[in-house]
Design a protein around this ligand. Structure first.
Ligand SMILES: [Zn+2]
Length: 294
């Protein structure tokens, strides 16, 4: 028997069919925005016990040790599974990650902290100001009202994570013989934290600096920011850096250095870049002196 539909029912059928691609598109958009358009990147050893486990641009690092590992940064909520997969691909067990550190509490570096903390059982250490934002799921009292609306409307909100220890400038973080020093280098955010630590690579010891972003955001200005930046530039200049990295791979040339490993005498050599580090600090300071905000 033929199915007879009234005009109204036809309209409903057409509407329902039209909704399918819209829903699929929305789901694809949502998944993409959860990971900020990031793609999976091959994890690799930078030098010694220091590894890259981040996405194509949003960086995360693993510092491994016999008594447990330290993970720096959690990426977006949607890139946390990539970080976990990268740790596994390198042959490490995420449950051996004992401490998770954070450079800055923006969505792209702290969004995945809660998921990674759950997967690993690790403790999260962060500066005071970063801890407040991480525990609120992304609320930062220093950001301008229109941008803060993005938090209140959940657009830049992420799963909050519990911070187990609040770090002061100069504090050390230890997991067995692995030891990192926290440098509160505010400016990009009030509690932005750089890390310095030695890495043993064969017979040499290389000093690593994971440096904060030096970009001053127009939407994130606070009292004392200029003083913080002066302190930040002085601090970063005083740190010995053979290898340097930052929270976005494009800043420190991850891909260029990764490709250069193929032809290098030692795969760590392309990452030994003290001149690149000085240029990074110089250009950040020059932008600050010119009053550049982004
Ligand atoms: Zn940021």
């Amino acid at each position: 028997m033929p199915i007879r539909l009234t005009r109204r029912r036809w309209a409903l059928v057409v509407l329902a069919l039209a909704a399918v691609p819209v829903v699929l598109l929305f789901r694809a958009w949502k998944a993409n925005s959860d990971r900020g358009g990031q793609k999976y990147a091959e994890p690799f050893r930078i030098a010694g016990n220091f590894y890259y486990v981040g996405a194509n641009d949003v960086s995360s690092f693993l510092v491994t040790g016999p008594e447990g590992h330290v993970l720096i940064d959690g990426g977006y909520p949607g890139t946390a599974p990539m970080i976990a997969a990268s740790i596994a691909k390198l042959g490490f067990d995420i449950r051996d990650v004992k401490v998770i550190l954070n450079s800055e509490p923006h969505l792209d570096h702290a969004g995945g902290l809660a998921a990674l903390q759950k997967a690993s059982g690790a403790r999260i250490y962060a500066s005071d100001a970063s801890a407040r934002t991480i525990e609120s799921g992304g609320d930062d009292p220093d950001i301008m009202l229109p941008i803060r609306l993005l938090f209140w409307t959940r657009i830049i909100r992420y799963p909050p994570a519990h911070v187990d220890r609040r770090l002061k400038d100069g504090d050390t973080v230890r997991v067995g013989p692995v030891e990192l020093t926290a440098h509160i280098t505010g400016g990009h955010t009030r509690g932005c934290t750089s890390w310095s630590f030695p890495v043993r690579d064969g017979t040499r010891v290389l000093n690593v600096v994971s440096a904060c972003s030096l970009i001053v955001l127009g939407g994130s200005r606070y009292d004392g920011q200029s003083g913080d930046l002066e302190h930040t530039f002085a601090t970063l200049r005083a740190l010995p850096a053979d290898i340097w990295v930052s929270s976005h791979a494009r800043l420190w040339g991850r891909y260029r250095k990764f490709v250069a490993r193929d032809t290098a005498k030692d795969p760590a050599d392309p990452f030994v870049d003290p001149a690149g580090y000085r240029a990074y600090v110089d250009s950040g300071e020059a932008r600050f002196r010119r009053g550049v905000v982004q």
